[in-house]
Design a protein around this ligand. Structure first.
Ligand code: FEO
Length: 394
């Protein structure tokens, strides 16, 4: 795609990965993704912020064919979807200096075999003048690697944020005009990539609050020309506020777990609790991650395979533990044929979740009226806990 202007002197080169369906061999991409590089032209010097994924090298290099001189290549984040073509850029622009944070230098050298002589490290708060535009570097660690930084251009009130505020979205839209679609994609991005660093992100949001923004330009997805849209969303997602919601990932092999899960969903719904249930054999794991952003309670349902949980449940519990959602409560429902250690094994998988366990239910064979009564007791306990915490659904 051609370079397009987002404001006077600043162009976006959006390389769009329409067909990509998995990121980092881990994260589903139902809507593809994009990698944005930005060309900032001052009266005295020109800078290019970030590059693109090596798979789209030509899509970055082609729009640069008539750009004869780049003085600075800014690497805000060393992950290869943004840094992977920096070696090509350094070859194309032999006079350019590669600018990065202190921690990024080692990563760029070790991951991309870049010569240390080409690199200039900037400190937190340091600036580089391009003439009538200034690049101010703001260290924003752990969004989502330790070396990540943002770049602020005060003359245009523009923040380049790389992954921070990004959305995995393949689109021709320059700006985030399709609010519902961008909100969903940005929340998915936050859930899968940023949520483990929620408390550090709170600090980073406070740190950038000193700046005023007309534009936030991330390196995935469209640009925000109404920055409050994404800033308010992030403030909500990282806040301690939880919703009157249960996330219920489960697997059923012969129907017993499913009957228990469906009974529990029905009872919770009658108690006024919103339930997001996911059959893990068919679910989009990204949807599960999104639902974990706001929910107060996680309930895991599993049959027993050998003596442990179904592998898909094991994987989901492990993932939830990695993502470190807010979650205050949890429960585990297990069915088995002749023996099970699934409750102990699932409990051992979620040490990062600081939750009160409101109930565990271990049932042999098909559920009975006693089983359903126990599930009703669990649903009542969840609903009461949510009411006592004054949680709301919206
Ligand atoms: Fe978009 Fe962490 O790379």
């Amino acid at each position: 795609m051609h370079a397009r202007q987002i404001c006077q002197g600043i162009d976006i080169i959006a390389t769009v990965h329409w067909e990509r369906r998995l990121f980092d061999s881990l994260i589903p991409l139902p809507d593809g993704t994009s990698y944005n590089a930005y060309l900032v032209r001052g009266t005295k010097a020109t800078a290019l912020l970030d590059s693109t994924d090596p798979a789209l090298r030509d899509d970055l290099m082609e729009p640069l064919h008539d750009v004869e001189k780049i003085d600075y290549i800014i690497s805000q984040h060393s992950e290869q979807d943004h840094s992977g073509c920096i070696p090509d850029l350094l070859e194309r622009y032999p006079q350019a200096t590669l600018v990065c944070s202190k921690k990024a230098k080692d990563l760029l050298i070790t991951h991309l075999q870049i010569s240390a002589e080409r690199i200039r490290v900037v400190e937190d708060g340091e600036s580089i003048s391009l003439g009538d535009k200034t690049l101010q570097f703001i260290y924003t660690p752990w969004v989502h690697w330790p070396e990540t930084m943002c770049t602020y251009v005060p003359e245009d009130k523009c923040l380049f944020s790389c992954d921070f505020f990004g959305s995995h979205l393949a689109t021709t839209d320059l700006f985030a005009t399709d609010r519902d679609r961008v909100y969903e994609a940005a929340k998915r991005y936050y859930a899968e990539t940023m949520m483990p660093f929620r408390k550090i992100i709170q600090k980073n949001l406070e740190k950038i609050a000193d700046c005023t923004f007309d534009i936030i330009a991330p390196s995935h997805g469209p640009v925000y020309n109404d920055p409050d849209f994404i800033l308010n969303a992030y403030r909500d997602w990282v806040s301690p506020n939880m919703k009157n919601e249960v996330v219920l990932p489960y697997v059923s092999m012969h129907g017993s777990t499913e009957r228990m899960v469906k009974h529990l969903i029905d009872t919770l719904a009658r108690e006024g609790v919103t339930v997001h249930a996911f059959d893990l054999t068919v679910t989009d794991i990204g949807k599960l991650a999104i639902s974990l952003v706001d929910a107060a309670t996680l309930i895991v349902g599993t049959p027993t395979v050998q003596v442990g949980p179904h592998p898909a449940v094991y994987n989901a519990a492990y993932l939830a533990n990695l993502l470190r959602p807010k979650l205050k409560y949890a429960a585990i429902i297990v069915s088995y044929g002749w023996g099970s250690k699934a409750i102990e094994q699932i409990t051992g998988l979620i040490p990062n979740l600081n939750v009160d366990v409101l109930g565990t239910l271990l049932h042999k064979g098909a559920p009975t009226s006693d089983t359903f009564a126990e599930l009703d007791t669990l649903a009542t306990a969840v609903a009461k806990a949510h009411r006592d915490d004054e949680l709301v659904t919206i």
